[in-house]
Design a protein around this ligand. Sequence first.
Ligand code: 2HG
Ligand code: ZN
Length: 471
Amino acid sequence: MSITRSLLADLRRAVGPQGYLEQAADIEPFLVDHRKLYRGATPLVLRPESTDQVSAIMRMCNEARVGVVPVGGNTGYCGGATPSEDGSQIVLSLARMRRIRAIDPLNYTMIAEAGCVLAEVQAAAASVDRLFPMSLGSEGSCQLGGNLSTNAGGTAVLRYGMMRDLILGLEVVLPDGRVLDNLKPLRKDNTGYDLRNLFIGAEGTLGVITAAACKLFSRPASNVTAFVGLTDPQRAVSLLSRLRTFTGDAVSTFELIPRTALELVLEYIPNTANPLDQGHDWYVLLEIGMGRQAESMREAIEAELAAAMEQGEISDAALAASESQREMFWRLRETIPEAQRHIGASIKHDVSVTTSELPRFIVEASQLVRALSPKGRIVSYGHLGDGNLHFNISRPIDSDDESFLRLAPNINRAVHDLIARYGGSISAEHGIGRLKREELVRYEPPVAIEVMRAIKQALDPNGIMNPGKVL
Ligand code: 2HG
Ligand code: ZN
């Protein structure tokens, strides 16, 4: 249904004068996704400040059968928060709902609202000497609600899990405006179906997450951060297994970086340098968080890396000696997407296989891509400890964006078919959004799609929640 003037007036009234944007310049940032793949239109961006206001908005839009597109920090990769082109949908920003409602250090939990910027949630945890471990490149602007809706991953999944593993309860406004209060910060609660995990990762297609009970952890007293050079990903997998065993699973980050990616970062990102004396074909950024036994552990890990080097598992390693060096090591990893943008359009694949099969997958996928684009520049990096690879291909130097992107359907098909043969996932951590809707139907078992559709129908019979995304 189309948006009437009286609905717009009712919505404005429900949120008050501070609660909406309607001038073109104010609305503009909400119309384009982070990767600039989609451009939509909307007459109104709502910015409610309470769960009650979200509830009122949903009730009105449901009665009017008008689509609602929830948005967090708009840092997603799949167009999941961009409204449709025809201007028939309302955008719902949670940015004003950013209160930390409660923190309980002894229970290791915090209740935070969906509009909190991830870095604020981390800082609130740190203020009571606790850790909220979700950590990713956009943490200074992405919001908790978006992290929840996409089941975000990032660089500490290896030790702490994805968003689903970090949440104990949720408050959700359903499409008809009812509030599902499931916000108990309990570690044990076996009362019926697991409702929260329906909404986490649903990309706003089942309801609006307004707050979450988050798990907290002990803050590492210090970290060992190492930058390692090695000859191939197979050796990286062995090193990971060695260090997991050695530390009793204290490895929180284990990121694989190819030579191509490091070279791009060194060329385009200021204040970066290779911590190792020479270049290597592959690198690993790893981090191990430690408790009070820090000093002895640091020496032990250094000795273990020296042993790995003697045995030919790694070629070289440097340990960050100061906090500023640690930050530089991290910059070498976190800025890869930015550095890659400097060399033109890229075709991205956010895929996962088992960690043990990842090295073979890289070889086979690279062969397939080279057959389709001999000069495409393969930049495949990512969260090796999670079996999650960002298998990205940048356009050849002597090509232009447009002609390179025409290869995307064939390259995607080849890479995703290979993923299917490995029993892997075509969306490991970035979600489906608009970008991968057809791929979802193509690669998920038909029964899984039927069950997803049945759930969507049960919760959102009028199809007003983030229409056109995921399914
Ligand atoms: C990362 O791990 C992000 O840096 C972005 O998930 C990956 O740009 C990409 O493909
Ligand atoms: Zn990633």
